[in-house]
Structures are given as structure tokens and as C-alpha cells.
Design a protein around this ligand. Structure first.
Ligand SMILES: [Zn+2]
Length: 500
């Protein structure tokens, strides 16, 4: 087995290098590239992706995986080697099933989709986007049908983001979540509104950036293995375990954008910086799934970064930097301000109590689109009805409604779901963490995040994508993804803030 395994590893490393080179180009495109570089850059990235795909889908690769799979049965199934083969086998089978014409067609439709979505959004004109979205949905259905038999046509789409998770699981989770969140929101709506006007003053960008950097340094972001730049849409990318970069967007007139955005991306990055070195240059050296990834960004952003304990430590420092904005604002007022609950039309502006509802709207529509129970052209109308049902508000136009997010224009159907699942997993982990680290709160009040980071590294980060998401959540918390802890977390937090 050893010889075959060495050959396989060499191939895998090369593919990994090519993919990371493409990631560098992509990062540069977002952070630094001059506008007119785009057409060359698109070619460069697509050439590299094509080479990586071709190298992975050869018969030789398939034979090697089969051969090693037989021999590895004697090895501990939890070992890195056994898990690597399991993941490679799964990815290989998926990749070779999809005809290359369909891959090309999907990527063309995605690039046309994004272009025309941007124009349609600018003009708030959904009808201009209809033909492109129709095509994208059609192609996604074609793609899904390659993977028959399935219980639901949405299953293979979801599986690309959450290996092993089924549509029925998500429906079950949301069915439990929806009434509790709605009840909580109704109670909050009856209470007096929180004043957060102090968050909107003029906040010097340089100072914001340096405070954000201090915060994420304290949390554990390793600058010797990363850096932070500015982009329109913040993201995290890695070119290997020792080079995990983040970007941020800072709003001069609204403090939370840069601050919580930086903590969020640092959460993703701290996860990837914590992956075991032994997994480097393999497909195991990444997050277990998008939902697990999101559970980490949200855990640091919300469970830690929007907690009272956290601000007991950081607020005096923030006040020192921005005395003109915060001098008369008490810690309690600040804490309530950053946790204000208010229904919004825009998902990315949503607070912790309403966020998941935005996802449920999208999940219901996505499944209906692929089930063909909803027509693309009717989306704005149904979208607005759902917004009314969930939030009691109606978007003023399509740009603020059905056209607000980029995901569908790229053909990313199933992606949204992972955001809500990430929230749920973060609270599920949080309960376990608090059982294991009894004085966590007082550690956070003192600005000490070491024990927490150590816990997360041992339980989650080091494993990379050795385990499927449900498997990992069950391994760490004792149950698969479960909405109850998130509901408990929201109720406790907002009962206190709003005196419910
Ligand atoms: Zn994220």
C-alpha cells in the first residue's frame, strides 16, 4: 500500500498547489487587481481550475483510490490515511459523474448570471434577471439528477456544501426553530425600542481598523500566518495552513460593520489556522463544511463578540479610542445597542434573533424552485409575501428584496441553509464549552481566550474535514445538529436585554 499511497499523495499535493495558486489569484482580484485586469484574470483562474479538475478525474486517480481503499480496510478507520481515502473516494465519484460540458455550461451561466444580476439589482428590475436565473435553476436540476436516486432533488445540491446532510433533516430542524423564533420576536416587538444611535456617528477608519486588529489578535488570529486587507465583500481565504488571509470592510458611519465583520472573518481564519499540520496539502486541510465553518465565525462574532463579558474587557479600550462618540454611553447601553433586535429587509444587516428567519425564506423558495412548485418569474411576489409573513414588512423594491443576495446568480442553491445551521451549531458547541470550562465568563471578562481557543482547536479545528458535519457535531456534543440550544441561548440573552 505504501508505494501506491506515496504516488497518490504526490498527485494530491500537486492538485492542492494548483488550487491554492488559483486562490491567490482570486484574492488578488478582490483586494488589489486593477479593474481592467478582470478578463485575463478570469482566464487564468479558469485554466488553473481546469488543470486541477483534469488531474483529479483521471483513470489513474480512480485506480489508485480503489486499490488503496481495499488495503486500507485493515487500518484504523479514524486515522488520517483512512479518512483521506474516504474523502477522496467520495469527491472522485462525484467529480467523474458530472460531464465536463455541464461543468462548462454551469460556469458560463454563473458568470453571465452574476453580471446580469448586478445590473438587475442596480436597476431594481427582477424581470431582466429572469432568463439567467431560469437557466441557472435548470442547470442545477440537471446536475442534481445525475445523482439519482435521492429522497429530494435538493439533496445533491445541499450535499455540495454539507456532505451527508439531507433536505429532510433541514426541514425538521427549521420546523422546530420557526415557532420559537417567531414567538420571541413577537415578545420583543412589544417592548420599548433600544437606542443604538451612537453606533452611527463618524468613526475614524484607521482607528477602527487598528482596534479591530487588536481584538482579533487577542482572540488568537496569528499574524505571522496571515494578513488583513480591505475589500467590498469581506472574506477569508487560505493558500495553505500557514497563510490564512482575511479581508474587511470598514464603514466610517457605522461602527459594527468593520468591528464584527473583522471578528467574523477572524473566526473563519482561526479555524483554518488550527488545522493539524499533518493534513496540509490534502483535501482534509479545510473546514468540515460551510455550516461548521460558519459556526466558528458566528461563535467568535456573536457568542463571544456580542457578549457582555467580552465588552467588560474591551469597552473601556474602545471608549478611549472614540471618546467623542462614546463618552456618555455606558457599558450597558453599548451592549444593548450592539444587540438591538429589529426586523430588516436585508439579510446581512439582520440581528441574531431574526437572522435565521431570512434563511428560512430562502430555503423555502429554493426547494420550491427545484421542486418546480414555484416559477422563477413569480419569485418577487412570493418573496414579498413571505417577508410580510415572517417579519411584517414588505420590501420597497426588488433590489431590497429578492435581488439582494449574489448567491443564486452564481447558481449556489443550498448555500444559504448553511448560515442558519452555523448559528445553531455555534450555540450547541457553546453549551458544551460552558460545561467544560466553568469559569469561561470570567476568563473572557479578563480578556483571556486561551482556554476557549484550546478547546476549539482540540475538538474541531485540528480535524479539518476528516469528519462529515453531522458526524463531527455528534462526536463533540453528543447529538446531531439540534436547534434547542440556539433557542435557549436567544431566550436567555434577549430576556435579559429586553426584560421579557
Ligand atoms: Zn462567514
Amino acid at each position: 500500500m505504501n508505494k501506491d499511497f506515496e504516488i497518490l499523495k504526490k498527485l494530491i499535493y500537486e492538485i492542492n498547489d494548483i488550487e491554492h495558486a488559483a486562490a491567490v489569484l482570486n484574492w488578488d482580484q478582490e483586494a488589489f487587481m486593477p479593474e481592467k485586469g478582470i478578463s485575463d484574470r478570469v482566464n487564468q483562474i479558469s485554466t488553473l481550475s481546469k488543470i486541477a479538475h483534469e488531474k483529479f478525474t483521471t483513470d489513474k486517480m480512480g485506480d489508485l483510490i480503489e486499490k488503496i481503499k481495499e488495503k486500507i480496510k485493515k487500518v484504523n478507520p479514524e486515522s488520517d490515511e483512512a479518512r483521506l481515502i474516504k474523502v477522496l473516494d467520495r469527491n472522485y465519484k462525484k467529480s467523474v459523474k458530472v460531464p465536463s460540458e455541464l461543468v462548462t455550461e454551469m460556469s458560463k451561466a454563473a458568470s453571465l448570471g452574476q453580471q446580469n444580476w448586478a445590473i438587475a439589482k442596480r436597476n431594481s428590475d427582477f424581470s431582466a434577471f429572469v432568463p439567467y436565473l431560469k437557466k441557472l435553476i435548470e442547470l442545477r436540476k440537471q446536475y442534481a439528477k445525475i445523482f439519482t436516486p435521492y429522497d429530494h432533488i435538493y439533496d445533491p445540491l445541499l450535499d455540495d456544501f454539507e456532505p451527508g446532510l439531507k433536505t429532510a433533516d433541514v426541514k425538521e430542524i427549521f420546523k422546530k426553530l420557526k415557532p420559537s423564533q417567531a414567538e420571541l420576536l413577537n415578545k420583543i416587538a412589544e417592548k420599548q425600542k433600544i437606542d443604538n444611535s451612537f453606533l452611527f456617528g463618524v468613526y475614524n477608519k484607521k482607528k477602527q481598523r487598528s482596534f479591530g486588529a487588536d481584538v482579533i489578535t487577542k482572540l488568537g488570529y496569528d499574524w505571522s500566518r496571515g494578513r488583513q486587507d480591505t475589500t467590498e465583500h469581506p472574506f477569508t481565504t487560505n493558500f495553505g495552513i500557514d497563510d490564512v488571509r482575511i479581508t474587511t470592510k470598514i464603514d466610517k458611519n457605522y461602527l459594527p460593520t468593520g468591528l464584527f465583520g473583522s471578528i467574523h472573518e477572524a473566526g473563519h481564519a482561526i479555524y483554518e489556522q488550527g488545522i493539524a499540520k499533518e493534513l496540509a496539502r490534502t483535501p482534509l486541510a479545510e473546514g468540515a463544511s460551510l455550516a461548521i465553518h460558519e459556526s466558528q465565525s458566528r461563535l467568535w462574532e456573536n457568542l463571544v463578540g456580542r457578549s457582555l463579558a467580552f465588552w467588560k474587557y474591551f469597552y473601556p479600550k474602545l471608549q478611549n479610542i472614540f471618546p467623542e462618540n462614546l463618552d456618555g454611553v455606558s457599558l450597558e447601553k453599548f451592549y444593548k445597542g450592539i444587540n438591538k433586535v429589529a426586523p430588516t429587509m436585508i439579510r446581512v444587516e439582520a440581528d441574531e434573533a431574526t437572522y435565521n428567519m431570512h434563511i428560512m425564506v430562502r430555503f423555502e423558495l429554493e426547494t420550491a424552485l427545484v421542486e418546480e412548485t414555484v416559477n422563477v418569474k413569480d419569485l418577487p411576489e412570493i418573496w414579498n409575501l413571505k417577508m410580510k409573513e415572517y417579519f411584517g414588512i414588505t420590501p420597497v423594491n426588488d433590489a431590497q428584496g429578492v435581488l439582494q443576495d449574489i448567491h443564486w446568480s452564481m447558481g449556489a442553491i443550498g448555500y444559504f441553509t448553511t448560515y442558519a445551521l452555523g448559528n445553531l451549531i455555534s450555540a450547541q458547541l457553546w453549551e458544551c464549552i460552558n460545561r467544560d470550562i466553568r469559569d469561561l465568563n470570567s476568563q473572557i471578562e479578563k480578556g483571556n481566550f486561551d482556554t476557549l481557543l484550546h478547546w476549539l482547536r482540540n475538538k474541531i479545528y485540528m480535524h479539518g474535514s476528516k469528519y462529515e458535519p453531522q458526524e463531527l457535531v455528534e462526536k463533540v456534543t453528543g447529538t446531531t445538529i439540534n436547534p434547542a440550544p440556539y433557542i435557549r441561548y436567544l431566550k436567555a440573552k434577549y430576556s435579559d436585554i429586553y426584560s421579557l
